[in-house]
Each structure stands twice: as C-alpha cells, then as structure tokens.
Design a protein around this ligand. Sequence first.
Ligand code: SF4
Length: 88
Amino acid sequence: MIWFILSEQKMNSKKQHKVIQFQENCIGCNACVLIAPSTWRIDSVNAKSELINGKKKGQVSVATLNDFEIEDNKKAAEACPMRIIKIE
Ligand code: SF4
C-alpha cells in the first residue's frame, strides 16, 4: 500500500514538458522538422514550421511533449536560427 501511494505521488509530481513556438519570426528553414519530425511540419500555406499537435493562439503555438520527444526538441530549439522555440 505504501509503495502504491509513493508511486502515485511520484507520477503526480512528474513535470510535463511543453514546446512553445513564436511563429511570426519563423523563416521556414526546416531545421526543427529535420531534427524532431514527430513534433514539427512545414505549413504548406505560409511555408513556416508549425507544431503538429499544437494549440495556436495568435502567432504562438504550444504543444505538450512526450518524454521521447524532449531531447530532440531541445536540439531543435538550439538549432533554430531565430531562437523562437522554447522548452518548458
Ligand atoms: S528552426 Fe526555427 S526558423 Fe527554422 S523552421 Fe523551425 S521554427 Fe522556423
């Protein structure tokens, strides 16, 4: 029983990571898509990248990351020449 309670507390305290994009300044260089293709794609309408499962409000998109996507998205944020990708 104690194990169950401790496991549940650990699960509840696990931080969910998010990726945030400020799309207005995207130059469509494709770096994020190449590095993290499960998270990013190029929008065929405006030729800028977008979050595949992102929720967009104005020019800002936010998506929740699965654990296996965190490292690649950190690399994408580092590679972005416009510095418009943030990981929280
Ligand atoms: S790396 Fe940055 S500038 Fe390049 S497509 Fe992705 S978000 Fe846009």
